[in-house]
Design a protein around this ligand. Structure first.
Ligand code: SAH
Ligand code: SF4
Length: 444
């Protein structure tokens, strides 16, 4: 059972008007904020001032680090950092690629190209994926000459912890900073007996889909994450809990099917023995319903699990709740999901957050029943995480007996469903709240 870990979240970087953000990479000190309820890593230096400007082209962000006047451009699609002054690892101006965005095959090709034996691939993967190396010069079982060749072309795009919150129920929420200063959130959800761990990771910094009920959607899009940045979220959470990850859900910030290749690469890394060894069936990708992505996902050889955010089976309601997919008809979505079930034999989940007066009346319940009829699916009724302030805030939450009623109607009509348990409520259920709290404490 996947606990709720919805990342209704904004991200650190929004636009040029935001001149202050958490940064663990700068030496310039500001007064540290009052983070009384946040356990902060002792390794994280004080926060600094940073200016961020999106340049309008896809996935490219210019970062001004006030500490040493550095300006970096990060091309997320290709995992390349172009450092115009000094980057995080003190690099002069040149193009570098994130080593963690290289697939196993690319690493093999690279070693061939550099005239290195193939066992170097394994050594490098151990450093990157098991030991969490941050700097290429630290890879000390590689020959010095190889390290400097790699250093000239690559950096390691690992994550830095900015803050962590721990819930009474054991759920932990993390704010991580990426190499270019963008921030993302990740959640670790232990089972009640503490033996199993589910990690909810982000696939993008922000999200361009603009769903009305989602804080990430409201805040906009920054960039795609590399596969390494997704992998590292899960690894760091596993390290923090000190136990094996049993499940991962790609339900954090972002729309995974807008970053399809990197998400799949990340899942494969997590699945690999020299990775996290998580079973493919225990990995769930949640999409707002991009048809191409659903089709493509059905052809993947691994038995990954699919979840689709439905939220309304009436066209007008879904269009207004989820404007990013308003070009998708309910009928075509239904066909795509049905096709997925037929091709894979697997049962996708349909995510449905009842919102008072929006999608919770009898007409909407009936439409949901019709949508599910004859389809292999499991409906997950998820409690709305209010994103305040806004029209889908507290007042939009449905009473629990209404959710139970919806569940009963579905069951009576033969539709498998469950009400998802909310976890980590006391640590700001919607992930963006962690960042918001940090920012407000910085400005006060
Ligand atoms: N973009 C993908 C995955 C990330 S969102 C998607 O939309 O599926 C993960 C889940 O959180 C989705 O089911 C989404 O609809 C849900 N969600 C977002 N904001 C929420 C909120 N405020 N309350 C409840 N669920 C929310
Ligand atoms: Fe939020 Fe919608 Fe983006 Fe999912 S697709 S992260 S729900 S805005």
């Amino acid at each position: 059972e996947i606990a709720q870990c919805l990342v209704g979240s904004e991200m650190c970087i929004r636009d040029s008007s935001m001149t202050s953000k958490p940064s663990s990479r700068s030496a310039s000190a500001q007064a540290a904020p009052d983070l009384s309820d946040i356990s902060r890593s002792p390794l994280v230096p004080p926060l600094s001032k940073t200016t961020l400007v999106t340049d309008g082209s896809h996935g490219l962000v210019v970062i001004m680090l006030s500490s040493h006047g550095a300006s970096e451009r990060f091309d997320a699609q290709n995992g390349i950092v172009m450092a115009a002054a000094t980057s995080r690892q003190g690099l002069p101006m040149q193009k570098k690629r994130d080593m963690m965005s290289l697939s196993h095959q690319e690493l093999e090709q690279l070693m061939d190209e550099l005239g290195q034996p193939r066992f170097r691939v394994r050594q490098i993967e151990e450093w990157l994926y098991a030991r969490g190396a941050k700097i290429i010069s630290n890879l000390d079982n590689l020959p010095l000459s190889l390290r400097s060749q790699l250093d000239a072309r690559f950096f390691i795009g690992s994550l830095d912890l900015v803050t962590r919150q721990v819930s009474e129920d054991g759920t932990r929420k993390y704010l991580f900073e990426l190499a270019d200063g963008a921030c993302i959130e990740t959640v670790g959800i232990p089972s009640a007996d503490g033996k199993h761990l589910t990690v909810c990771f982000s696939s993008q910094a922000g999200c361009p889909m603009g769903c009305a009920f989602c804080a990430t959607g409201r805040a906009g899009f920054v960039r795609n994450l590399s596969s390494g940045e997704m992998y590292d979220q899960v690894r760091l959470v596993a390290d923090d809990f000190g136990i094996r990850v049993s499940n991962v859900v790609c339900m954090g910030q972002g729309e995974p099917f807008l970053n399809y290749d990197e998400v799949l690469e990340a899942l494969r890394r997590m699945n690999a023995k020299l990775g996290l060894g998580i079973g493919a069936r225990h990995m769930t990708v949640s999409t707002c319903g991009l048809l191409d992505g659903i089709e493509r996902f059905s052809t993947e050889p691994e038995q990954f699990t699919l979840a689709i955010s439905l939220h309304a089976a009436i066209q007008d309601t879904r269009d207004s709740l989820m404007p990013g997919v308003s070009n998708t008809s309910i009928d075509s979505l239904k066909k795509a999901i049905r096709h997925y079930g037929e091709v894979t034999g697997r049962r996708p989940s349909l995510e449905y957050a009842p919102i008072k007066g929006v999608n919770d009346d009898d007409e909407h319940i009936e439409a949901l029943v019709e949508f599910c009829k004859g389809m292999l699916c499991h409906v997950n009724l998820i409690p709305l995480n209010p994103v305040t302030p806004g029209k889908h805030g507290d007042g939009m939450m449905v009473p629990s007996n209404r959710t139970s009623h919806i569940s009963n109607v579905l069951s009576a009509r033969g539709i498998e469903n469950s009400i998802r348990k909310s976890r980590g409520k006391d640590i700001d259920g919607a992930c963006g709240q962690l960042r918001q709290r940090l920012e407000s404490s910085m400005s006060s």
